[in-house]
Design a protein around this ligand. Sequence first.
Ligand SMILES: *Cc1c(COP(=O)(O)O)cnc(C)c1O
Length: 337
Amino acid sequence: MNSEGFIDLRSDTVTEPSKAMRSAMSAAAVGDDVYGEDPTVNKLQALLAEMTGMERGLFMPSGTQSNLVALISHCARGDEYIVGQQAHTYKYEGGGAAVLGGIQPQPLEFNEQGGLDLDAVQAAIKPLDHHFARTRLLCLENTMQGKVLPLAYLNEAVQFTKRQRLGLHLDGARAFNAAVASGVSIDQLVAGFDSVSICLSKGLGAPVGSVLLGSKDFIESAHRWRKITGGGLRQAGILAAGGLYALSHNVERLAADHERAKLLAANLRDLGFDVEPVQTNMLFVQSGAHDPKQLCKKLLEQGIKVSVASRLRLVTHLDIDDADIAKVTAVFRQISG
Ligand SMILES: *Cc1c(COP(=O)(O)O)cnc(C)c1O
């Protein structure tokens, strides 16, 4: 439950920084990060680079900006990236790569597992011919709507892009959810990717921030694009301290969010709802005989917020406990009864 008394399941972005996180933030040592002199930002970047096995990290104000800067660093004007039709980096970032980078997206349908079939990717690569944009990059997402991409698939994608001489970017907004759920370490999950963007402000519970990771050269280019896109921050250590706190306290506990999501899914199935299989912290619920918007409204009247489109999306996180799961189950029972 949040400080206003709502059980907010719309997203894991709604978490409020804990007292302990806030005190770590207020005590942070700071400097001017545009000069590269903020010790807390530098510590966060180095820590996440070490954890992921990437050469360098770069603190970014948001995941959207982190992905944008990655795309612009990989692709020039007139280049193209291959991406999922429902991918955040294509559908939910305002078309930024095209607007600001002159980069053309080539969207493809995701498969059942949340990946892009590599045969389909191969078929979408444009020939080197002046009629076509130059295909430069494959962009994957992990987790993708709560699904964990299988390690074998990730390894194939790495080999495939090397053979095809494409770059490989991971929108790893929830990469730690994938690592915790699969028991695969974060460095193994991202091994072979040229760049990875990780959000600190989702299930990890920090109020602000993402980190973009890659080689030394890549991050040098990204640093320039971060400045150009207005993302150079000054005493950002206050924000980075929230991220550092999250990395040392809130990674392993993601398993509890996953357990609660699975428990809630089982409860809702018992009530007759059609719930898609749950792997991490997201549940997708078909509203069945109920109108999804009406269902959403009835939940809100009982203090429960969910996201709604053709189906309901419920996301568990740090501010959702066992009592909240029991309450949500009870309200669904009452509504459907
Ligand atoms: C949240 C999210 C992002 C970045 O979002 P911001 O709100 O800009 O931090 C990127 N990709 C995915 C898959 C996300 O869920």
